[in-house]
Design a protein around this ligand. Sequence first.
Ligand code: 3PG
Ligand code: MG
Length: 375
Amino acid sequence: MSAQGSIPQLEDLGDLNGKRVLLRADFNVPIRDGAITDDLRIRAALPTISWLQEQGAQVTACSHLGRPKGKPDPAYSMDPVRARLAELAPGVELLENLRFDPGETANDPAFVAKLIDGQDAYVNDAFGASHRAHASIVGPPQHLPSAAGRLLANEVDVLLGCRDQPRRPFVAILGGAKVSDKLGVINALLDVVDSLIIGGGMCFTFLAAQGNRVGASLLEEDQIDTCRRLLESDKPIHLPSDITALGPGGKIGDPDAGGEVRQMGTNLPDGWMGLDIGPGTAAEFTDVIAEARQVLWNGPMGVFEDPRFEAGTRTVAEAVASCRGFTIVGGGDSAAAVAQFDLADRIDHISTGGGASLEFLGGDVLPGVACLAEA
Ligand code: 3PG
Ligand code: MG
């Protein structure tokens, strides 16, 4: 049975004319200075919204935004999202940030009751949040007729094929800031991939585990031992062999502040901060990616928002775009990178889920998908 067969679809909700539908979306979009910098996740929910509206349903959407600490915080208000949504899908009500209430992440039944009050049906289109057993994800399917939205159903369909019949060699590329965020999934991925490429901020903890000096780069000291164990895996883990670093006095995102930028090996002097993989590493990673027949990329190779440190991410993005194999890019930052480099239409599947697509391909059953199947 296909995944689509086992998860209720929109059509399974029956007649929705005049009914109220609660839509859990993942509108956790990047926002800078109050402006949305990439609205992919909002646009990705439109097929579901317009289908529901065509059926005559009244849609109430809800989402989290960022990680506010269980109380209202203007920095994480849904206002910018509400404004964009009103342009793209007029007539949809949008609740305030779910994480302003501590009941959301705690999966509090009282918060679930509040969410479903007055609603006739529930649709989960928040693939990117479906690895979280939070109230708005796992609560409503226990009480309301529930279904997967188009976006979630499509993600599950595509990723299930990649998980159950991976084309080989299967190469995963991981970047981004934190090893600790991705530890569990690195372990799981090592069981399913043929090799792993690691760049981005997290590479420095791995480099430190190999005995390198990482200067002022990001380092999670309490993860060094874990990284050392991961490096003993029988699957190849490709780490950078050169680094682009910013010298003392420099500021990320502010070239005018001064500070020297230099290509270095893997030992950085005190005060130097590694902010991108070097050109040699980018070339080595390109060779590995070119041989792959299935690629999963999550997390940039450096601070690509700063033009001084975008080259590594750009080269890897180009390598993924040129790869003959099936390519998946997941996570807001990597999706933004392929968009910035104008490569999005050369990627086979841009997932709206970062952590969710990693956990899915690592073999985990996502709570949000499981509870729909059981609904
Ligand atoms: C994401 O951006 O990864 C999803 O929206 C989930 O957000 P979270 O990692 O804060 O739970
Ligand atoms: Mg995340």
